[in-house]
Ligand binder design. Structure first.
Ligand code: RUQ
Ligand code: CUA
Ligand code: CA
Length: 649
């Protein structure tokens, strides 16, 4: 026997370099399973703190110059090792994903794939994600509007909902695991744009606007007859993700929001002209906001006063002009954003091609629907002049509104009650401040600003252009999100943050709402992979301990565990043409110990976080030896965490 293999001596002789044994590796500080790991993390965070403050003091980094008094950190500064106060949920636009940021640092924490594919975690590759995406899922999506479920007008940390304009879909993301768990296609319409959630009593409904008018059914008829095109407002049940009803409307539907009482939702229309060309869509001086009477719509559906279209079973009610279900409030001109104020009294419509915002009082809808108010324009209580290109409005809970001015590249702060008084004939200075932003802002959003709890702390301006703000990176520039402190009398610009295409919108949620709800390790009973677990049971497999290959004709099921730094199987053998399903269960139960499974030259990668089961199915069409390896750096022997798939010709 070789003496060297028996050498377990921890103390090599002076000058001698000896390879570490696996036991020694496992006992190194920082290795999973070693209780010293936590302390190690803390120590390094502390070292980072010292290093970073030295750096900022010494080099005078740009961020330190913002808003900070000499010798004081700027307000948005979150020191290494410290946590942000808010979660920001950012849309990824045509990236199709959702992003999670920390505020006020504006650091991107993670990305949640929704309508896109992600090789990083295997979204669109694993069977579990394909069950969510559906069989023939498109290559990506265009996610504009993420909104969190609410209970009595407050964020409740259950779900996020988001639209896909490109694929006419709506997705739900579970907040406990930050995974998309449902995606549905909306029938009878095209291009879901505006999306909001019911506030009272809870979510409840998810309201979704289809922006483009199309022939209904859209099966090749009426191609050249835009007069026959239509669009609809859709209400989805957020608990079941089934569609409750649709409302046929005139014009088109852009953005949407709802009240704080559960009575109404409202949407903007910029194409009251029913045009199919640019000039035509700008012909009229006014378009409108349409208010939906939720109770009446529910009653109409209950009473059977609806139709269905084609194969869809969704009840469609008629909400076009003259319908008792809707109120059309004339608004100048090609309006865009529609935002409900957190006091529950108003919604503000941004004029886009008109330099105004229009303030509509929800309670006037009561008067209209019970016949007391004849002219819907009578629901308008203010129309402040703000500047060029108003797009979206945010609120601080202290009576102020903040409207983005796309053309002027500014944020306008104005006082709602003063604007109402001014409209009533008393001259007031409702405009409080204009702040330059860089450049061309679309959405803005304030902390908790779409809830009762609007706290008037932070405002983000989501700017479409960044030109000279950052190092040039080629013809495509990043977007530019700017953080603005709104806690004082004046807005103060605090930070510039480049972002990849194209965050339309965001919401800002205090960490207290989220931290207790977020799981750091998977629950073995989680519904996300329950179907995979059930299938394993049928094969007599206990996922937590069995590593085993099961063949059923040309179908091969490869079950294995993963535990740092080893897969349950070092190799498995299949035949060319087999349909192979690899199911891996990460039995490590330490926070932050994720493994991956990448199968070389097969285009497969997937993530298995602690206690998660992930699976992938593919055809073994390439004979030979194919190594699979772990893609998350899990251990000092991470590179050695690999095995072979042998495909017989
Ligand atoms: S819309 S930039 Cu897609 Cu939210 Cu207004
Ligand atoms: Cu397991 Cu790297
Ligand atoms: Ca128009």
């Amino acid at each position: 026997m070789n003496d060297k293999t028996k050498d377990q001596s921890p103390e090599p002789k002076a000058g001698e370099i000896r390879a570490l044994t696996p036991e020694e590796v496992a006992s190194l500080p920082g290795q999973p399973g070693n209780p010293a790991r936590r302390n190690f993390m803390r120590t390094s965070a502390l070292a980072g703190l010292v290093g970073a403050s030295g750096l900022i003091g010494g080099l005078g980094l740009d961020r330190a110059a913002h808003a900070a008094e000499p010798g004081k950190m700027p307000e948005d500064y979150v020191a290494p090792g410290h946590l942000d106060e808010y979660y920001g949920f950012w849309s990824g636009g045509q990236s199709g994903e959702l992003r999670i940021l920390g505020l006020p640092s504006m650091r991107e924490l993670i990305r949640v794939p929704v309508f896109n594919r992600s090789f990083a975690i295997g979204w669109g590759i694993t069977n579990e994600s394909k069950r969510v995406l559906g069989k023939d899922f498109p290559p990506g999506g265009d996610l504009h509007h993420p909104h969190m479920s609410q209970t009595h007008g407050r964020y409740d940390g259950r779900y996020l909902f988001a639209n896909d304009k490109a694929g006419t879909r709506v997705a739900r993301i579970r907040c406990d695991i930050m995974r998309t768990d449902k995606i549905i296609k909306i029938p009878n319409v095209q291009a879901i744009h505006g999306l909001r959630v019911q506030r009272e009593p809870r979510t409840g409904y998810v309201f979704a606007n289809a922006e483009f008018r199309i022939p209904v059914p859209n099966d090749g008829r009426d191609l050249d007859d835009p007069k026959k095109y239509q669009t609809m407002f859709t209400a989805i049940d957020g608990d079941t993700m089934e569609i409750a009803w649709q409302v046929l409307v005139d014009g088109n539907l852009d953005n949407t929001d709802c009240d704080y009482e559960g009575k109404y939702a409202a949407s903007t229309c910029y194409n009251g002209e029913d045009a199919v060309d640019l000039a035509g869509m700008m012909r009229s001086e006014r378009d409108w906001a349409v208010v939906f009477n939720i109770k009446r719509i529910e009653e109409a559906v209950k009473a059977g006063k609806f139709k269905t279209i084609g194969k869809s079973k969704v009840p469609v009610v008629d909400g076009r002009h003259g319908s008792p279900l809707t109120m059309y409030v004339p608004i100048p001109k090609n309006p865009h954003g529609l935002n409900a104020s957190p006091d529950g009294k108003y919604f503000v419509v941004a004029g886009k091609l008109s330099p105004t915002c229009t303030v509509v009082e929800w309670s006037k809808a009561d008067a209209y629907f019970n016949g007391k108010l004849k002219d819907p324009r009578g629901a308008v209580v203010a129309e402040p002049q703000l500047g060029l290109g108003p797009l979206h409005t945010a609120f601080d809970g202290r009576g102020n509104a903040y409207t983005t001015l796309f053309i002027d590249s500014q944020m306008a702060k104005w006082h709602i009650q003063d604007a109402i008084d001014d409209y009533a004939g008393k001259k007031t200075n409702y405009l409080r401040q204009k702040l330059d932003v860089a450049y061309q802002p679309g959405h803005n959003h304030s902390s908790l600003g779409e809830t009762r709890d609007a706290d008037g702390r932070w405002l983000v301006s989501l700017n479409k252009f960044s030109k000279d703000r950052y190092l040039p990176v080629g013809p495509l520039h990043p977007d530019s999100d700017q953080l603005i402190d709104i806690s004082g009398d004046q807005m103060v610009l605090v930070a510039d943050c480049p972002v990849f295409s194209e965050p339309h919108d965001c919401i800002i949620v205090p960490r207290q709402i989220m931290m207790s709800k977020i799981k750091r390790i998977w629950d073995r009973k989680d519904a996300f992979f329950a179907e995979t677990v059930a299938q394993a049971k049928q094969h007599g497999i206990t996922l937590e301990k069995d590593s085993k290959v099961i063949r059923q004709g040309k179908k091969v099921f490869v079950y294995m565990t993963s535990s740092a730094p080893k897969y349950g199987l070092d190799s498995f053998k299949v035949k060319k043409g087999d349909e192979v399903t690899v199911v891996i269960t990460n039995i490590d139960d330490i926070e932050d110990l994720t493994h991956g499974f990448c199968l070389t030259d097969y285009g497969i990668n997937m993530e298995m976080s602690p206690q998660e089961t992930s699976s992938v199915t593919f055809i073994a069409d390439k004979p030979g030896v194919h190594w699979y390896y772990c893609t998350f750096f899990c251990h000092a022997l991470h590179l050695e965490m690999r095995g072979r798939m042998l495909v017989e010709a």
